[in-house]
Design a protein around this ligand. Structure first.
Ligand SMILES: Nc1ncnc2c1ncn2[C@@H]1O[C@H](COP(=O)(O)OP(=O)(O)OP(=O)(O)O)[C@@H](O)[C@H]1O
Ligand SMILES: [Mg+2]
Length: 254
């Protein structure tokens, strides 16, 4: 259970992301998706329950242990806006290599170049400022930064929502490529993106997981009225899109 201020935001959340898989987390705005992801980094306190990542229960960590856990980078966050992880005043390569620099690693520049190539970027990009590269390139660089600590879990919170269609496809393909290296929680409003990359989907509704299963099953045979609503209103997924009348009727059931 997670509360923010006096409100209980998350309850009855039981979710597993196994190595090598991408789990989609969908749910309407305010349902608690970001709160859930932040809890896995210890940024929101879990009051009841546990959150195990790579053998560590994040819910039980406090103070220094929590800071060390975060610094070790077993869990990394990929934000909708890559400028939340790339310093706008530093060349991209400096932000990407920061964790290595902090640890005093040898040949940081060479490692950064490798990390950039791994996400499909030209290593020369390291010298440019974030404002001097495209939105898609910025997001790839943010992913490169996240990957350098060899995380066990990548929390991707609307990672492609701010990108144009071609950058979106490229970043989705990159996340799929990285799947064998890192388990991912992929948060999105856009069921099209979720359907394209995930192995399983969990549906969060008012702080509860109301449905969870293999992607094809959740999209093909949605059980919960909210999932129906989502699938029905995604034009490329649900066949005929729902009429406004159907949608209103479903809303009334929620
Ligand atoms: N720092 C905070 N203090 C108090 N309440 C908060 C705080 N952050 C978020 N909330 C509330 O918690 C609930 C869940 O918010 P959250 O950001 O997790 O939703 P979300 O599913 O990520 O939404 P979106 O799709 O818009 O990103 C909302 O009702 C929100 O208003
Ligand atoms: Mg959010």
């Amino acid at each position: 259970m997670v509360s923010l201020g006096r409100r209980e935001i998350l309850h009855e959340v039981d979710l597993t992301v196994r190595p090598g898989e991408i789990v989609g987390l969908i749910g309407e705005t305010g349902s608690g998706k970001t709160t859930l992801a932040r809890s896995l980094l210890g940024l929101n306190r879990i009051e009841r329950g546990s959150a195990r990542v790579a053998g560590v229960d994040v819910a039980g960590l406090r103070g220094r242990a929590l800071r060390e856990f975060r610094r070790a980078g077993a869990v990394q966050y990929v934000f909708q806006d890559p400028l939340q992880s790339l310093d706008p005043d530093l060349p991209v390569g400096r932000s990407v290599g920061e964790a290595w620099e902090v640890r005093g690693a040898a040949d940081v520049a060479g490692r950064v170049a490798e990390a950039l190539v791994r996400v499909g970027l030209d290593p020369d990009l390291a010298a440019r400022l974030p404002s001097e590269v495209s939105g898609g390139q910025r997001q790839r660089a943010a992913i490169a930064r996240a990957m350098i600590t060899s995380p066990r879990l990548l929390l991707c919170d609307e990672p492609v929502s701010a990108l144009d269609a071609s950058s979106r496809t490229a970043v989705l393909e990159l996340l799929l490529d990285l799947r064998s290296s890192v388990g991912q929680l992929f948060i999105s409003h856009d069921l099209g993106s979720v359907a394209g990359v995930t192995d399983r989907i969990a549906v969060l509704y008012q702080g509860r997981i109301v449905e969870e299963g293999p992607t094809a099953q959740v999209i093909g045979e949605p059980q919960h009225p909210y999932t129906h609503l989502l699938v029905g209103s995604a034009p490329t997924l649900g066949g005929e899109s729902m009429s406004r009348h159907d949608r209103a009727a479903l809303r009334a059931q929620l």
